[in-house]
Design a protein around this ligand. Structure first.
Ligand code: SF4
Ligand code: SF4
Ligand code: SF4
Length: 290
């Protein structure tokens, strides 16, 4: 914590950045923090409650954040993949950012949970995390941490689902998605959902019905899933933000598996590696147009 605070304070005091985006203790739990003066850096912390993917603030949709000037951002390895995605897709310039990488030992599902990290409260992404130190970082702080508990509940649920016949899966997802209130919190929190005008908001013509009913909900989720194929970084923020607990992480993870099987691509924090959606290969099998 001290190393993080001292570094943030130095970056601000030397005017290398206009603000540091990190984490602080809030009234209910840990929350994102914007620190603009060196004296405020004592507020910064990092521990297993630092769930939020702060790369979401770097999306070009956040014009008020962009107006602050050059930023430093605290990133876990999984957050760095979102930063890489934004750079890869031309939404950010690497030189406009200072990335403070943190060595991570896993996070809980809920930033308001003060219990120690355990198999019951660990975030699903951490149970399969293979890289807990971001490579895409200007600084790396903290001591190496022990690996999080490896209880992959989400993976087991996905296998169970995949074993069911298609009609049963469709019925299950139709039922789950019928709960959706179309609040679009999942989109707002997502670092990779940055379209100036989302297709779900277009009305001339209306591509996706906006009222919450099964047909429109299915169209919304299928569209969003396809738009995030090979781009979703698996940060789990959409599922955490969902007020009706739709297991969006299952959809995201299945889609990531398909992209890996079909295109040999898994999301990376190297912005120079092209994602399948933005790349073209002459030897592409192109089965989808046969
Ligand atoms: S996925 Fe990895 S880097 Fe991200 S919070 Fe979990 S353990 Fe840390
Ligand atoms: S779709 Fe969800 S898990 Fe994927 S990047 Fe967006 S918020 Fe993170
Ligand atoms: S956050 Fe949940 S309820 Fe809101 S639009 Fe997304 S899936 Fe639907």
């Amino acid at each position: 914590m001290q190393e993080l605070r001292e570094l943030a304070s130095k970056l601000l005091a030397e005017k290398q950045v206009a603000a540091v985006i990190g984490y602080e203790q809030g009234r209910l739990g840990v929350r994102p923090a914007f620190v603009t003066d060196a004296a405020g850096c004592d507020r910064l912390l990092f521990d297993h409650r630092c769930v939020h993917n702060l790369a979401a603030y770097l999306s070009p949709r956040r014009t008020q954040v962009a107006a602050l000037g050059r930023l430093a951002v605290v990133v876990k390895a999984c957050d760095a993949r979102a930063v890489a995605g934004l750079i890869r897709e031309g939404q950010l310039r690497r030189e406009d950012l200072v990335l403070i990488g943190v060595r991570c030992g896993g996070v809980v599902c809920d930033p308001n949970c003060s219990a120690p990290l355990c198999a019951e409260n660990v975030a699903p992404r951490c149970t399969v995390c293979e890289q807990r130190e971001p490579k895409l970082a200007d600084h790396l702080v903290g001591d190496p941490r022990p690996a999080p508990p490896a209880s992959d509940r989400q993976g087991e649920r996905l296998k169970e689902l995949e074993a069911k016949p298609v009609a049963e899966r469709l019925a299950l997802w139709t039922e789950l998605l019928s709960r959706c209130t179309r609040c679009h919190a999942c989109r707002q929190v997502c670092p990779m959902c940055f379209c100036e005008r989302c297709i779900a908001d277009k009305t001339q013509p209306t591509w996706i019905e906006s009222s919450p009913h099964t047909r429109g909900n299915l169209a919304w989720h299928l569209t969003r899933a396809m738009h995030l194929a090979g781009r979703c970084v698996g940060c789990g923020e959409c599922e955490r933000a969902c007020p009706v607990q739709i297991p969006l992480g299952l959809l995201n993870r299945r889609l990531a598996q398909v992209v890996e099987e079909r295109f040999g691509y898994s999301v990376t924090d190297d912005p120079s590696v092209p994602a399948p959606i933005g790349a073209f290969r002459l030897d592409d099998a192109e089965e989808f147009i046969r």
